[in-house]
Design a protein around this ligand. Structure first.
Ligand SMILES: Cc1cc2nc3c(=O)[nH]c(=O)nc-3n(C[C@H](O)[C@H](O)[C@H](O)COP(=O)(O)O)c2cc1C
Length: 396
């Protein structure tokens, strides 16, 4: 097994460069890039750079603690793993590796609907704080099968992703020959052959243990190979869904119900009316709608509007511990990350994911010290030089 020397990475940017060296171009770019002109992707990062933090000196910060309590449960740090489809394509059974790293750090792990390892397997072999991400299909009965399975497997929260009413427009995937269904072309095959380590250690291992990975959570009979368009996939067109469909899920799901992809106070209010326990302010890491706001900029008005009526979580573009601290100071209770821990998983399985998480831990700790804060609960808007509002002009 290639383990890669994850210790060579000094931050999550290094991890990204190492992941790029391991993966075929079409797969690396599928993970890494945004949509259309990648404005949202760039703006997610640029928005962090515009927010400054206020330091405080001569405060005893020798004992710093970043534990948080979320939904009544203690966690090791204010970070969670966002749902992402392809971890199992980056490393053999990558979801298990990522979930193990999350468990070891005592942080929530969210398994995506489209992942290659089944929810039952993750629950049985790993455990920890497990959340399940649900895509609602236009045939909602198919989604309900997954909800029942997640309940039976003991998942604590259901994360319903709402920011994809129609398919995305990721033109680079087409240019790279990464289409669904996957067709072997000279270009994408050459990209695979250029990465024999990935071919040998990920794809060959699947072949040797029964064949190419499938979308293991799709309902019975629909778990076709990752590279195929499945019957379920064809039914994912969900532009006819409404808030009433969320109410049905609320009635079905006894655990915590979160909605992902909220960017305005208006939608946050609607979600609260339907009884959610939390909202995830997210633009899908800039992967879906290229004119979307940066979640870090959308956060303050949403936190102000919802007050203590729901738990506000945020993701998209968080690469450093200081980014996480900015969101917590604005009022988020947890930050979720997608790509960084995928890069870590690519480079070193569980060890790589753990190192990616640890960068955040060390950087959050260092940032707390500069701010004169000992605990996460010490963070507030007083720490911010400027709370961004979406109305300020962009200076890109
Ligand atoms: C490769 C990839 C696949 C993703 N798949 C899903 C998914 O299946 N469901 C979902 O709700 N979000 C998905 N996301 C979005 C993440 O949950 C999260 O919102 C985003 O990655 C956060 O931005 P970041 O990558 O900059 O941390 C995916 C993101 C990436 C990078």
């Amino acid at each position: 097994m290639f383990s890669g020397n994850v210790n060579e990475a000094l931050n999550n940017h290094d991890m990204r460069h190492m992941a790029r060296k391991r993966l075929p171009k079409w797969l690396f770019e599928f993970v890494d890039r945004g949509t259309e002109d990648e404005v949202a992707l760039r703006n997610n990062r640029a928005a962090f750079e515009r927010i400054k933090l206020k330091t405080q000196v001569l405060i005893d910060v020798s004992k710093r603690n970043q534990e948080i309590t979320l939904f009544g449960k203690k966690h090791g740090m204010p970070l969670g793993i966002a749902p992402t489809g392809p971890a199992g394509m980056l490393w053999y059974k990558g979801e298990l590796e990522l979930a193990r790293a999350a468990k070891a750090a005592n942080i929530p792990f969210t398994l995506a609907t489209g992942s290659q390892t089944s929810m039952e397997e993750v629950a049985k072999l790993v455990g920890g704080t497990l959340w399940f991400q649900l895509y609602m299909w236009s045939d909602v009965s198919m989604s309900h099968i997954l909800v029942d399975r997640a309940k039976n497997a003991g998942f604590e929260a259901l994360v319903v992703t709402l920011d994809g009413p129609v398919g995305t427009n990721r033109e680079y995937n087409i240019r790279n020959g990464y289409t669904v269904p996957f067709r072997y072309t000279r270009k994408n095959t050459a990209a695979v052959l250029a990465k024999p380590g990935w071919l040998l250690n990920v794809i060959m291992r699947y072949w040797m243990s029964g064949g190419m990975p499938t979308r293991a959570n799709y309902p019975e009979g629909m778990t076709e190979k990752f590279t195929h368009v499945s019957t379920a996939e064809r039914k994912t067109k969900n532009d006819s869904l409404s808030w009433d469909d969320l109410s049905v899920l609320r009635d079905m799901w006894p655990g915590k119900l979160l909605v992902k992809g909220i960017l305005t106070p208006r939608d946050a209010e609607r979600a609260i009316e339907r009884g959610v326990d939390g909202i995830i302010v997210s633009n899908h890491g800039g992967r879906n709608f290229d004119s979307s706001m940066a979640p870090i900029e959308a956060l303050a008005p949403i936190v102000d509007a919802v007050g203590s009526r729901t738990t506000v979580i945020v993701d998209s573009g968080f690469r450093r511990g200081s980014d996480v601290v900015k969101a917590l100071a604005i009022g988020a209770k947890l930050v979720m990350v997608g790509r960084t821990t995928l890069w870590g998983t690519t480079v070193g399985g569980e060890a790589g994911a753990a190192r990616a998480i640890n960068f955040y831990r060390e950087e959050i700790s260092r940032t707390l010290a500069y701010l004169g804060c000992r605990n996460i609960s010490d963070l507030s808007r007083d720490c911010l030089e400027q709370v961004m509002t979406p109305h300020l002009p962009l200076t890109m």
